[in-house]
Design a protein around this ligand. Structure first.
Ligand code: ADP
Ligand code: MG
Length: 354
């Protein structure tokens, strides 16, 4: 098999990231934010504090209390997949799943100025380093700090004004950042997330995270904190698992008495925030006969799939990202929701499944 050089590899991965992002109906910018958050979670953080300026495009700062980054990794941090993670073409297949790895910081350092401050449990002081285009711009320096990692990305697309202009207004970008954080905080109720505007006195979002030992908040608790008790009270839990098709899901959804014009569908597949139109449609078809016209439910779904059933067509020129048994999963989801909705008294007749 052909061996790609670093530049080609980068291009290939960028291309694939675009395709994946489009399939999941998620912008590249959202992907980046999402991956920075995932890095904090991967590092075992319990507190993640985000500061946003200019819709996250002027500055995005993410501070965590995770395990930190070792000194030896600092120089290669932002060129990760040209070194240890991706060595050969076939490795692209393993990042074709939702778990494609080793590119968030590299990608961001090509479109923004990145500063990383980090300290591990073994360190006596923190270290700080700056990156541009995947490379250190000066030697790593010691500095004051606490255990964990702070990543600051500034001036997004300073080198690509056209792309910068193509993005939405700052306020819209800001809300997208906030929404990604809200969604992660639902899926990780034991982690405390906070988000504030730079210079802002109060946090726009603050979830409790780990409370007293043995008192972990639930996703429903987090819903109440973020969206208010009104929604929290309306939610019913549902779950299902299939040994045959190797999947399981659990979630929370609103009953027949709660409606909203826009509707919300928060989907995690194997702990990654994604979007999926077929599952969204499956949910809509359950609620359509129950809710008034043009009204939608609020649904949180955590789906676990056997990695082997993720059928990902990895070639960059084809844009298919599918998982096997999508039909079965959609059907089980509809059944689980219908059963609960019936119990809730949403007893108008249901339309047959499409
Ligand atoms: P990966 O797919 O490996 O997460 P990234 O580009 O997102 O690739 O990050 C590169 C590496 O930087 C990670 O593998 C991890 O070792 C380190 N890293 C990034 N962010 C953090 C963080 N918040 N805490 C600890 N380590 C981090
Ligand atoms: Mg990552």
């Amino acid at each position: 098999p052909e061996r790609l050089g670093p530049e080609e590899l980068l291009e290939e991965v960028e291309l694939q990231r675009c395709e994946t992002a489009r399939d999941l109906r998620m912008s590249r910018e959202t992907c980046c934010r999402r991956e920075l958050m995932e890095n904090c979670l991967d590092a075992g953080s319990q507190h993640i504090a985000i500061t946003v300026k200019g819709g996250g495009l002027k500055m995005l700062r993410i501070e965590d209390d995770g395990h930190g980054i070792r000194a030896a990794d600092m120089p290669i941090l932002c060129e990760r997949f040209t070194t240890s993670k991706l060595r050969k073409y076939e490795d692209l297949t393993s990042i074709g799943t939702f778990g494609f790895r080793g590119e968030a910081l590299a990608s961001i350092s090509h479109v923004a100025h990145v500063t990383v401050t980090t300290m591990t449990a073994a360190d006596s002081a923190a270290r700080v380093a700056q990156y541009t285009d995947g490379k250190l711009t000066s030697p790593v320096r010691p500095c004051a700090g606490t255990r964990g990692t702070t990543i600051v990305a500034e001036d997004f697309f300073y080198n690509n004004p056209t792309r910068r202009q193509a993005l939405s207004k700052d306020s819209i970008e800001h809300n997208k950042v906030l929404e990604v954080i809200q969604r992660y905080s639902l899926h990780y109720p034991a982690v405390s997330f906070s988000c504030r505007k730079a210079g802002g006195a109060v946090a726009e979002l603050h979830t409790p995270g780990p409370g007293a030992p043995g008192e972990l908040p639930s996703t429903r608790d987090v819903v109440s904190v973020i969206y208010g008790q009104g929604l929290g009270r309306e939610l019913f839990p549902f779950e299902f698992s299939s040994a045959e098709y190797k999947f399981s899901f659990r979630g929370l959804a609103t009953g027949p008495n709660w409606t909203s014009k826009s509707g919300t569908f928060v989907l995690f597949i194997n702990n990654r925030l994604v979007e999926c139109s077929p599952l969204r449609r499956a949910i809509e078809s359950v609620y359509a006969p129950v809710l008034p016209r043009h009204q939608h439910p609020w649904v949180y779904l955590a789906l676990e799939l056997d990695a082997a059933t993720l059928d990902v067509n990895v070639h960059p020129t084809k844009n298919e990202v599918q998982f096997l048994n999508e039909g079965q999963i959609a059907e089980s989801l509809q059944e689980a929701l219908q059963t609960q909705l019936h119990k809730q008294g949403g007893s108008r007749t249901f339309a047959p499944m499409p």
